[in-house]
Design a protein around this ligand. Structure first.
Ligand SMILES: *[C@@H]1O[C@H](CO)[C@@H](O)[C@H](O)[C@H]1NC(C)=O
Ligand SMILES: *[C@@H]1O[C@H](CO)[C@@H](O)[C@H](O)[C@H]1NC(C)=O
Ligand SMILES: *[C@@H]1O[C@H](CO)[C@@H](O)[C@H](O)[C@H]1NC(C)=O
Length: 346
C-alpha cells in the first residue's frame, strides 16, 4: 500500500524533474507508444493526450501538456493528474463516467469559476482529494462531494465563501485556502467534524474565524489583518496545538488575559505584530515566537506563576529578537522557570 501511495505522489512531484524538457518529451513518448505491443490490451480507452501505464491500471497522467480541456476519463480510472496545463473550464458531465475517481489533481491551471459547471464533481462519491490550488477561481466550486478529505483551494482569487460551500463535509480533514482575498468566513466551517488543519494564510481577515471545528489541531492565519483574539477562543477549540498569527495587527488590548494559557497548545507564533507585553502562556507550550513586536519588558510570570524547583515551563524555543528589550532585562530566576530553553534570542 505504501508503495502505491509513493507511486501516486510521484505523479504529482515528478514534474519538477521533467519541467524543462516536458513539452516535447511527452509528444515523442506518445508517438512511440503504438510500437509497444504491451499498450494494446489495456490501454485502448486511454485518451491520446494522456498516459495510462499498464503497471498502474487506475492512474491516468495528463500533466504538463498544454491541455485546454479535461480529456475523456475512462470509468476504471481512480487517479487523474491534470496539473500544469492551461485548462480554463470544466463542463458538467465531463467526469460522469468516472465515478470511481479518488484523486483529481488540477493545480496550476487557469480554472475560472464562471466556466465550471454546477455539478462537475457532484457525482464523484468516492472522491478523496481535490487539488485546485494555483488557479483563477473566484468561488468554491458548488456541490462538492461529501467524501472529500483533502481540499486545496490556495492561491486563487476567492473573495467570499457561501455558507453552504462546505456543508456536510464531515470527513474533510485538511482545508487549504491560503493566498486568496477572503475577508469574512462567518460560520462556513460549522459541521466540519473531522477538520484538523485550516490554512488561511495571506487573506484579508480582520477577525479569527468563528465556529472553528472542535477537532482542529493546526490553525494558520499569518499575513492577515487580525487585530484581536476573542475571549475564550482556545477553550472552544480544545484540540488546537499549533496557532500561527504572525504578520497581523495584534495589540495587547486585543488579547484577553489568559487567552493563550491553554495546556494543549504546543506552538504559538505571534511574531511581527504590535504587542508590548509577553502574553501569559501555559507551562506546556514548547515554541513561542514573539520576534518583531514592541515588547518592552521581560515578565517571567508570563511563563511561570511561581518560581520554585518543581514547577517549570516546557518551553524550548523562545524568540524575542527585534523587540525593545535586551539580555540585561532577563532576570536570573529565568534559569529555573525556562530551564528547557537552550538560548533566548533577544
Ligand atoms: C459515458 O459512457 C456512455 C456509455 O458507454 C457513453 O455513451 C457516453 O458518451 C459516455 N459519456 C461521456 C461524457 O463520455
Ligand atoms: C466518511 O468516512 C467514513 C469512514 O472512512 C466512511 O465510512 C463514510 O462513507 C465517509 N462519508 C462519506 C460521505 O463519504
Ligand atoms: C494558567 O492556567 C493554569 C491552569 O488553568 C493556572 O493554574 C495558572 O495559574 C494560569 N496562569 C496564570 C498566570 O494565570
Amino acid at each position: 500500500m505504501q508503495r502505491v501511495v509513493l507511486l501516486l505522489l510521484i505523479g504529482i512531484v515528478d514534474l519538477t524533474m521533467c519541467q524543462h524538457n516536458s513539452q516535447f518529451h511527452w509528444l515523442s513518448h506518445l508517438r512511440g507508444r503504438r510500437r509497444h505491443a504491451s499498450w494494446q490490451a489495456d490501454q485502448v480507452d486511454c485518451p491520446l493526450e494522456c498516459d495510462c501505464p499498464t503497471t498502474y491500471f487506475t492512474a491516468m497522467y495528463c500533466h504538463n501538456r498544454n491541455l485546454q480541456h479535461v480529456p475523456y476519463v475512462p470509468s476504471r480510472i481512480k487517479y487523474v493528474y491534470l496539473q500544469h496545463n492551461r485548462i480554463t473550464g470544466i463542463q458538467d458531465g465531463v467526469f460522469d463516467n468516472a465515478t470511481n475517481l479518488v484523486w483529481v489533481v488540477l493545480f496550476n491551471n487557469q480554472l475560472n469559476s464562471d466556466k465550471i459547471g454546477n455539478n462537475v464533481f457532484s457525482k464523484l462519491k468516492n472522491l478523496d482529494r481535490l487539488l485546485l490550488d494555483h488557479n483563477e477561481l473566484t468561488h468554491v466550486p458548488p456541490n462538492l462531494p461529501k467524501s472529500i478529505t483533502d481540499l486545496r483551494l490556495g492561491h486563487n482569487k476567492i473573495s467570499k465563501i457561501l455558507p453552504k460551500s462546505f456543508e456536510g463535509m464531515a470527513n474533510l480533514t485538511s482545508l487549504q485556502l491560503q493566498a486568496n482575498v477572503i475577508e469574512d468566513v462567518r460560520g462556513v466551517f460549522k459541521g466540519l467534524k473531522s477538520l484538523t488543519l485550516l490554512d488561511m494564510r495571506k487573506n484579508k481577515l480582520r477577525k479569527i474565524p468563528d465556529n472553528l471545528p472542535e477537532r482542529l489541531q493546526q490553525l494558520y492565519l499569518e499575513f492577515n489583518s487580525i487585530e484581536s483574539v476573542p475571549e475564550g477562543f482556545l477553550t472552544l477549540c480544545p484540540a488546537l496545538q499549533y496557532v500561527r498569527l504572525a504578520h497581523n495587527k495584534l495589540t495587547d488590548k486585543g488579547l484577553p488575559s489568559n487567552v493563550f494559557n491553554i495546556s494543549t497548545l504546543t506552538e504559538l507564533d505571534l511574531s511581527f505584530n504590535k504587542l508590548e507585553k509577553i502574553p501569559v502562556v501555559s507551562r506546556n507550550l514548547e515554541n513561542l515566537y514573539l520576534q518583531a513586536n514592541k515588547i518592552k519588558e521581560f515578565s517571567l510570570s508570563s511563563f511561570c506563576s511561581a518560581i520554585d524547583m518543581t514547577t517549570f515551563s516546557r518551553l524550548r524555543v523562545l524568540r524575542l529578537d527585534a523587540n525593545e528589550i535586551s539580555a540585561r532585562d532577563i532576570p536570573a530566576e529565568a534559569a529555573y522557570c525556562l530551564r528547557r530553553v537552550a538560548s533566548i534570542d533577544v
